[in-house]
Design a protein around this ligand. Structure first.
Ligand code: PEP
Ligand code: MN
Length: 355
């Protein structure tokens, strides 16, 4: 299905990359909201985020201040001129947010994973013209993410955007949520006109990771960034480890190198031709290797030899691994490539054996 989209243009907000949304994970007190918002506005931020209803994995944590926080968001709008956005997860939230004049809505990662909740939100937005940003579902399921956006689009929401906040994984490594960049890249290929924003805060889970993730998102051609920023990050009531002060955020944004996204295709034509030539000779080389492997297969069959000879296999992996390292290729990469080549050779020889 094709989505019927419009760009998320907001009056007074530059259309240059990145579109920046910033603010605390949660609205905690009126003072915290106003202090943070004023500092962000002073640094030129135009869109303020704050969670009013907080989805928590377990009960008992801080679940957000709820509706009273909406009045603080209204104050932010009036006193700083910033647009304001918050997370909605059900009809009640949508109605309260619209009534309070929230300018953009976002859907959290736990909600976008739930088609019933998404349909309920979509139904409550019928006939409303407001930009909606949809975070990826917690699990790496692109279809579920697109499906959530389709439900909103079917309800008439055309100013849609996607927020890539990374994916839950049992192998945590350095990130709170694994980036799995190929998923938003595939999303861009499938829906080229969709605004895609990166959330480095929930992806990294630590403030030190915010800057490198912002740069990576820009290098990959993302349209915007949504970054958690708090006037006293270490005292935050939720996600304290990943929030940065408005001044640190300003510093991070100023250091970003923004490369041209429109420039690629023509200016790269010559280099792309070279890549095509390399790929062709790789295919030809592989085909030649397989012809030789089949000849070896015939010999093994005639002499009643087993196909896989472990000693030889190890020799190939070691020899090509060290050769690859000398040429600047990663050892994991070389291993994976030669494992795949070897397994194709084995498959071809098995074919001969069973002929
Ligand atoms: C948030 O943005 O504060 C939030 C709850 O994020 P996510 O839905 O990505 O976990
Ligand atoms: Mn958060």
């Amino acid at each position: 299905m094709e989505l019927d989209l419009q760009p998320i243009k907001l009056q007074g907000v530059s259309e240059d990359r990145p579109l920046v949304i910033a603010g605390p994970c949660s609205a905690e007190t009126e003072e915290q909201v106003m202090t943070t918002a004023k500092a962000l506005a002073k640094n030129g931020i135009k869109i303020f985020r704050a969670g009013i209803w907080k989805p928590r994995t377990k009960p008992g944590g801080f679940e957000g201040v709820g509706e009273p926080g909406l009045a603080w968001m209204k104050r932010v709008k009036e006193e700083t001129g910033m647009y304001v956005t918050t997370e909605v997860a059900n009809t009640k939230h949508v109605e309260a947010a619209l009534k309070a004049g929230i300018d953009l809505l976002w859907i959290g990662a736990r909600t976008s994973a739930n088609p019933f909740a998404m349909q309920e939100i979509a139904d409550s937005l019928k006939g409303v013209d407001i930009p909606v940003l949809v975070k990826n579902p917690v699990n790496p399921d692109l279809e579920l993410w697109i499906g959530a956006m389709e439900r909103l689009n079917n309800a008439g929401i055309r100013r849609l955007g996607a927020i890539h906040r990374g994916f839950t994984s049992s192998e945590k490594k350095i990130y709170r949520n694994l980036p799995l960049w190929h998923i938003p890249i595939e999303l861009r290929r499938r829906i080229p006109d969709l605004t895609i924003i990166c959330d480095p805060s929930h992806m990294g889970g630590k403030r030190e990771l915010v800057a490198p993730l912002c740069q990576q998102a820009m290098d990959l051609g993302f349209d915007g960034l949504i970054v958690e920023s708090h006037c006293s990050p270490e005292k935050a009531w939720s996600d304290a480890a990943q929030q940065v002060t408005p001044d640190i955020l300003d510093y991070i944004l100023n250091l970003l190198v923004i490369r041209d996204v429109k420039y690629t295709t023509e200016s790269l034509a010559e280099l792309r031709k070279q890549i095509d030539e390399c790929d062709e000779s790789l295919i030809q080389g592989l085909a030649k290797r397989m012809r030789v492997a089949r000849e070896i297969g015939t010999y093994k069959k005639e002499h009643n030899m087993a196909i896989v000879q472990t000693g030889r296999y190890n020799e190939i992996l070691e020899k090509r691994g060290s050769q690859g390292a000398l040429c600047g290729l990663g050892s994991d990469f070389v291993r994976v490539v030669f494992e795949a080549i070897h397994s194709e050779s084995v498959r071809q020889q098995l074919e001969i054996l069973n002929k």
